[in-house]
Design a protein around this ligand. Structure first.
Ligand code: GLA
Length: 712
């Protein structure tokens, strides 16, 4: 081994990645804060080898970007593959490393085993977010069964001791769990066949006790909408690694001679505290992942689902559209129930033809009504699904994913189509595009309401084929409907990942719009995803999923954290509620232009009963911070809330943007002055001392505005 190992350096605004080759496969030697241009890397790297203790192998192979059992690596290898049970041990070594700007291509080969592998590492200089993908080619003459191919294996700094993951269920997504990185392997395995409610593909690792603004942390995300495994492993040699990739079902991935497997990307960044990593992810997602239309002003949605469910009729819908327009909606979305046989969730999925019994003139009377209000029109689809009670199933039972001889369990009375079949994809393409063209549909809420279990073509597993078939179908639709916007909904937030977000630019974060539970769900969602893509609606006074009764202010303040909208029967709002809702609608319209580019901050509060977060515009002239009381506070004096991200040298006027002072007053013998009269103070004081909070009863919320004073 040369005493001067080769190295490659990728630099971002404040991050450096250093890849070193001092063994057969390069390793990520440094991923962290930017190194000085002048740093003597050569000298450092000459001494890069770890010390070696007694009692183990006679050589040490540091954790490489592609750890293999052939180098005596005893952790989770990057590749588990074999040829009919033989040739399971591979020894891939470097054949080429090429750097082009901020991208590094590393090619590895094992000519004996007939394997070629390419690792592609890129650092986005602007956001400091890196991305790694792996492509394996079978260069031999026999089939290769791949059981596991990691998208990436990343070394974690040795002091890391805790990780945070997000889990949930329908209606309670993105709940945060912390655990220690003890010896052994943590394996978050998702077998739901979609990104899932149960496990988000997000992982935070860091030093003990890392927080919103403290600790050394690494964010990683697997950009994939199917089965996956996220692994954190700590070995006795001190290695701590994060590894993730597609979790294949048995026999699902067989590469024939010459065939290639490209993994989904792993996206990662290392920073100080979670807020910094969150802001980098948001920046990266905005510039490198999302469709361009997400940069347009995000319209206010009114969705028909919780107002009417399946009870569609033209005049009810028209009056709902009128009422929604009256409180400021800009896009009306006709949800489930518009197509043939769909009078309940027992039937109709797959029959994507307008139900003539409800809509004798098609959707034209609805669409025209929407347009008369100057609103856009959106339509709900659940393309990947089928009910057994549908014309489609009666004509094509063979289109369903299933395994012969095993009964496929139903979920919401439905089965899943094999959209990786060309005929299925062609049918969906034809149905969706003809409806989009006929009604000039602006937006599709693309739903997916069940897990893929026993996803097979009769005999072989087909789960991993579905996400890519989905991305292709959407791209094919967008090629002929270029101005169409698509949302990723999956019973709420079960498909929120950076792969689907290349094709869709909005996520319905949860079916739960009870603001008290939603505040936590959104906090988890926004840890990785930017606020302007998060559908967030004001629901009914009594939340349909939980029965909790909350004030309109609380519902609106929580909905203002994302793309604002309504999921309620606006016809039933009393005149006072109409005025209240109009206030929040206008507030959203006044601020959305900067909210979509803002820095998002989660604010640690001194009470478990308070959840707080805020958005600060790029120029630090405007900020909105919300505080939601999810329970009752223990202290009788609520104290100060130090804000984040303001310019310490600017003066701000501090205002209560939520118009609920009258609701708070009865709980405050004395209410802080700023709640009633705008006060002016410096960014420094707002961040160091903070905003004096009023007493907040359970289920109340506040919206604090900071606007720079220009006459200072
Ligand atoms: C899912 C969605 C809801 C609604 C229903 C319609 O649950 O998440 O918003 O569209 O389907 O069936």
């Amino acid at each position: 081994m040369s005493t001067h190992p080769a190295f490659w350096r990728l630099d971002g605004a404040s991050t450096t990645l250093l890849v070193v080759q001092d063994h057969a496969v390069p390793r990520l030697f440094w991923c962290g804060s930017k190194l000085n241009e002048q740093v003597e890397i050569d000298t450092l790297l000459v001494h890069s080898d770890s010390a070696l203790a007694f009692g183990g192998l006679d050589g040490v192979t540091p954790l490489s970007l592609f750890p293999q059992a052939s180098t005596a690596y005893t952790g989770s290898p990057a590749l588990n593959a074999h040829r009919n049970g033989t040739q399971f041990a591979h020894n891939l070594t470097t054949s080429r490393v090429e750097q082009k700007d901020n991208s590094l291509t590393i090619e590895l080969q094992d000519t004996n085993a007939g394997l070629n592998l390419v690792l592609c590492l890129t650092l986005d200089a602007d956001s400091d977010v890196a991305k790694l993908t792996t492509t394996l080619t079978n260069t031999a003459q026999t089939a290769l069964t791949v059981d596991w191919l990691a998208s990436a294996t990343l070394p974690m700094p040795s002091p890391y001791r805790e990780c945070l993951t997000q889990h949930g269920r329908w209606g309670l997504e993105n709940q945060t769990h912390r655990r220690s990185i003890a010896p052994g392997r943590i394996d978050i395995s998702n077998l739901h066949g979609r990104t899932s409610h149960e496990h988000a593909p997000n992982l935070v690792c860091g030093t003990a006790g890392f927080g919103d603004d403290s600790g050394d942390v690494m964010f990683t995300h697997l950009a994939w909408s199917g089965n996956f495994s996220l692994r954190v492993e700590r070995l006795s040699n001190g290695n701590i690694s994060v590894q993730s990739g597609i979790l294949f079902l048995p026999g699902e991935c067989i590469l024939q001679p010459g065939e290639q497997l490209e993994t989904p990307a792993v996206v990662f960044t290392r920073g100080s505290g979670m807020n910094q990593c969150t802001q980098r992810f948001h920046r990266y997602i905005r510039s490198s992942v999302l469709p361009a239309w997400t940069r347009n002003l995000r319209p206010i949605h009114a969705n028909s689902w919780e107002a009417l469910y399946f009870d569609h009729n033209v005049s009810a819908l028209q009056s709902l559209i009128d009422a929604a327009a009256g409180v400021g909606a800009e896009r009306f979305v006709l949800d489930d129930g518009w197509f043939r046989h769909r009078r309940s969730d027992n039937a109709g999925l797959g029959d994507w033809f307008v139900d003539e019994t409800i809509y004798p003139d098609g959707l034209h009377p609805i669409v025209e009504h929407v347009r008369r209000h100057g609103m856009q029109f959106g339509l709900w689809f659940e393309p990947e699904m089928i009910n057994a009670d549908s014309d489609l199933y009666r004509a094509h039972p063979e289109w369903v994913l299933q395994i012969d001889g095993v009964e496929t369990p139903l979920a919401r009375n439905q089965l899943v189509l094999d959209i990786a079949r060309q005929d299925v994809s062609d049918y969906l393409f034809e149905r969706i595009t003809s409806l989009v063209h006929e009604y000039a549909i602006d937006y599709i809420k693309w739903d997916q309401n069940r897990d893929l279990v026993l996803a097979g073509d009769g005999s072989r597993a087909r789960a991993a084929a579905q996400p890519r078939a989905l991305y292709q179908l959407i791209q094919r639709i967008l090629a002929v409907c270029p101005s169409l916007e698509i949302e990723s909904c999956a019973s709420g937030g079960a498909r929120a990942d950076l792969a689907i977000l290349e094709h869709t630019g909005r996520v319905w974060a949860s079916d739960n719009i009870d603001p008290i539970e939603r505040a936590r769900i959104q906090q988890g969602f926004l840890r990785f995803m930017p606020p302007e893509i998060m559908g967030a609606h004001v629901g009914h006074k009594s939340a349909h999923l939980t029965g909790r009764v909350t004030s309109l202010h609380t519902r609106a303040i929580v909905a203002l954290q994302g793309q604002f909208g309504f999921e309620l029967d606006a016809r039933r709002l009393d005149p006072h509620d109409v005025i209240t809702l109009q206030h929040y609608t206008q507030l959203y319209k006044n601020n959305r232009h900067w909210l979509a580019q803002s820095s998002y901050w989660q604010v640690s509060t001194f009470s478990k009963a308070l959840i707080s977060s805020g958005q600060v515009d790029e120029s630090q002239d405007h900020a909105l911070f919300s505080v939601v009381a999810i329970g009752n506070m223990h202290a009788t004096r609520p104290g100060h809330l130090p804000l984040k991200g303001l310019d310490p040298h600017k003066r701000y006027s501090l205002t209560l943007e939520s118009i609920n002072v009258a609701d708070l007053a009865p709980f405050n013998k004395i209410i802080p002055a700023w709640c009633e009269n705008q006060v002016s103070t410096s960014g420094e004081l707002l961040m160091k001392i903070g905003v004096p909070l009023p007493v907040m009863p359970p289920q109340s919320a506040l919206l604090i505005g900071c606007h720079r004073e220009f006459n200072q």
